[in-house]
Design a protein around this ligand. Structure first.
Ligand code: F6R
Length: 628
């Protein structure tokens, strides 16, 4: 079978990555280290905070690892590159334990006999670790991964493959794993569960990788592992086993992507890839934070109680750009669900306007990168004034994560396109969960309402997928209106907050002038700009203000604007008045921003394509704004 970028199913399989660390493995006749380093370089685009390699050197397994970029690892390896022809390498995106030399992979058991690299999360690592420590094992990192190497040491009785199988039966969670053992220099073993893993097939050599770009310069013949499969990789053979240890017949997939397309998982741009990753990013962010019976939100990172929240009389949410827009939605959630007053502020304004902040203030900063200079400065200022601080960020170990008193992470994985998409939706998820968590503590919602909202929340990933499945009308609108100079976005309540984000997306990547207005504000000035042929995107999903929104839409329509409506499935009214309506699946009106933002992201994307813009790197903008 041929693997082609347009093959959505295969592409999806490869994109199923939990956290975006990178794995490379080599076994053959050539020196392994340069191949591993080259493969890891090809995975750099995925983002990472530390890197390492392990190479079999006969006497021992050589390991070098470091926090920071691959260049730092290459520096450490200068003049001491190991000679061995079997090895594994890793780039880490921190989850358990901050980025550091000791937390970087590979990890080993007590004696360096077993070496492992891992993408994903081992959920039950704590009890396993406690048990192993009680048995005398010495741990040298804070990671969940290290338990795997020690478990292997504990279980191994001479059969490497069998020991790996037993280890896999004991761990729970998501992983792609690659193993080496000192006593078995002719074998690499790897295993997959919920994280991508492929085997590259060569002549007299074979490769392991978490993603195609790492091996595309060496081979295009691959096996794509399925969940539960284990591969025993030797230089002249590859055997795939299922969980029961039975051989699996595997078809070879021939990769036809070029290296550049492979980095983007076959998508034309990182932005489109990241838009499509949203169901997974959102699912990862909420998973493990919902009680098994679906009746409560668990935020282990916070240990808030009624006393703590009673002691807070003011909440600020402070952020920049898209994260600020997520903050606006957060205000809505916290006020509505937990009945606490929230102010949202732009970090660049907040830090200079002498905010009224004291020890009864909770300041929540939101930042994808965790490095935005204005947000960091606002956080430091809040701390100086005595506030309690909480960071919502996507990057473990980032400056903002380290500075704040408490942190909750979005698990969106690295966001590479300058325009933020999956970070926004995951920030919304955490804002919603935080508001529900506060509502639980303050008892501002009934148990039934909490349960009902959680039930709706759990459906969101699938509903985003559904929204993503019908892009053709959006492409058509973008082509039709892609060259207009002005576009207006209108909405009320949460629809207005999403309108702001939609307008920002269009501005930053397509360079079209776009403005978002609260629909009720139109008649106070902006209506003067609405004339024949002006495109207006009208969001109308908020039931409590639906009639009012509808009359605003009619006002605009009466001026002969071209109006594209965004509505919830089941709305039969809007179509009667509008030229076009894009429907998103029905959900609670609080959660619908997670769905309505998707067509707006896509509209911006396809408008930018129509205008021939550099989607991933728009002019004048940087991904991480670390200067004022
Ligand atoms: C817009 C965008 C920016 C960022 C802003 C804050 O698509 O990406 O507006 O949202 O620069 O960045 P973080 O979230 O990294 O603090």
């Amino acid at each position: 079978m041929t693997l082609h970028p347009s093959d959505a199913l295969e592409r999806k399989k490869i994109l199923e990555e939990k956290f975006m660390c990178g794995i490379v493995g080599y076994i053959g006749e050539k020196k392994a280290a340069p191949i591993l380093l080259d493969g890891l370089t090809k995975l750099e685009y995925r983002g990472y905070d530390s890197a390492g390699i392990a190479v079999d050197c006969g006497e021992n397994i050589f390991i070098e690892k470091t926090v920071g970029r691959l260049d730092a690892l290459k520096d450490k390896l200068k003049n001491r590159l190991p000679e061995g022809t079997v090895g594994i390498g890793h780039t880490r995106w921190a989850t358990h334990g901050r980025p550091s030399d000791s937390n970087a992979h590979p990890h080993t058991d007590c004696h360096g006999n077993f070496v492992v690299v891992h993408n994903g999360i081992i959920e039950n690592y704590l009890p396993i670790k406690e048990d192993l420590i009680a048995k005398g094992h010495k741990f040298s990192s804070e990671t969940d991964t290290e338990v795997i190497a020690h478990l292997l040491e504990e279980i191994y009785r001479g059969d490497f493959v069998e020991a790996v199988r037993e280890v896999l039966n004991k761990i729970e969670g998501s992983y792609s794993l690659a193993f080496m053992a000192k006593a078995h220099p002719d074998i690499l073993i790897c295993a997959k569960q919920d994280n991508p893993l492929i085997i590259g097939l060569g002549r007299g050599e074979n490769f392991i990788a978490s993603d195609i770009p790492a091996i595309i310069n060496h081979t295009r013949q691959t096996y794509i592992l399925n969940d539960g499969e284990i591969a025993v990789v030797k230089k002249n053979s590859v055997q795939i086993l299922n969980r029961q240890g039975k051989s699996v017949d595997k078809k070879i997939f021939h990769v036809t992507w070029n290296a550049e397309a492979a980095e983007k998982g076959g998508y034309e741009h990182f932005m489109l890839k990241e838009i499509n990753e949203q169901p997974k990013a959102v699912r990862d962010t909420m998973s493990k934070r919902i009680a098994k019976d679906g009746g409560a939100i668990i935020l282990d990172e916070l240990n808030w109680d009624k006393n703590f929240l009673d002691g807070i009389d003011k909440i600020y949410i402070v952020a920049c750009g898209t994260a600020y827009h997520a903050g606006l939605v957060g205000k809505f959630y916290i006020e509505k669900l937990a009945r606490k007053l929230v102010e949202v502020d732009l970090a660049s304004e907040y830090r200079y306007r002498d905010p009224i902040v004291d020890e009864k203030t909770l300041v929540i900063v939101v930042s994808q990168s965790g490095e935005t200079s204005d947000t960091l400065a606002a956080l430091k200022e809040s701390k100086r004034l005595g506030a309690k601080t909480l960071a919502i960020t996507n990057v473990v170990g980032s400056s903002i994560a380290r500075e704040a008193h408490q942190v909750i992470h979005t698990w969106a994985g690295p966001e590479i396109a300058v325009a933020s998409t999956k970070a926004y939706t995951t920030q919304l998820i955490l804002m919603f969960m935080l508001a529900l968590y506060m509502a639980q503590i303050c008892e501002t919602l009934s148990d039934e309402r909490i349960r009902e909202l959680i039930c709706r929340l759990k459906k969101i990933p699938a509903q985003i997928s559904e929204t993503l499945s019908d892009v053709e009308p959006i492409k058509t609108f973008a082509r039709q209106y892609g060259f207009n100079e002005d576009v207006f976005y209108i909405g009320r309540a949460l629809d207005y907050d999403v309108a702001l984000e939609g307008a920002l997306k269009l501005k930053e990547i397509s360079y079209i002038h776009a403005e978002a207005y609260a629909s009720g504000e139109l008649k106070h000035g902006t209506l003067a700009l609405i004339v024949e042929g002006v495109p207006v995107i009208a969001l109308a999903t908020q039931k409590s203000v639906y009639e009012k929104t509808l009359s605003n839409i009619k006002e605009v329509k009466a001026r002969d604007a071209i109006v594209i409506g965004i509505a919830a499935a089941g709305d039969t009214e809007l179509e009667k008045y509008l030229d076009h309506v894009i429907f998103v699946p029905e959900t609670d009106e609080l959660l619908i921003p997670l769905l309505t933002v998707v067509p707006l992201q896509l509209l911006a994307y396809y408008a930018a394509i129509t205008r021939g813009c550099d989607v991933d790197k728009p002019r004048n903008l940087a991904k991480s704004v670390t200067v004022e």
